[in-house]
Design a protein around this ligand. Sequence first.
Ligand SMILES: [Zn+2]
Length: 136
Amino acid sequence: MGNANIRCPQCGLVNFTTAAECRRCHSPLSAAASDRTVLDPANPSFVTPTGGLPDYKTAVPWSRRSSTNTAFLVIGWFLCPLLTLWCCLNLLTGEIYYDTPDGQGGYRVWSRANKIAALVLVGVWVVGVIIFIAER
Ligand SMILES: [Zn+2]
């Protein structure tokens, strides 16, 4: 007794059978009552490797995808400063997600170093513009 767990149908996190909702994604677990699986306590798989992961395109808004922000940073650098600034805003207000699982039930995110590098690039660009204008 006490070893029976229930796996969240949404994210794959293993919760106690007494839990009414998932600890991570808060989806109701009672709905999956018929789908309960008793897990082997000797094999504590807390998350499913990929099966429980929410769909990247559904879970991550396009403004928070790594591909979008990389493209906008590059395009903005050469063509449209507003795109670059928009990316900076994204970087400062939240995480940017890669389309690869982190092995812990989520997606990998841009590291702090990655964000700082992007911001430094923008900083250089801003300083360049200021110098350009000042020397006219
Ligand atoms: Zn869940």
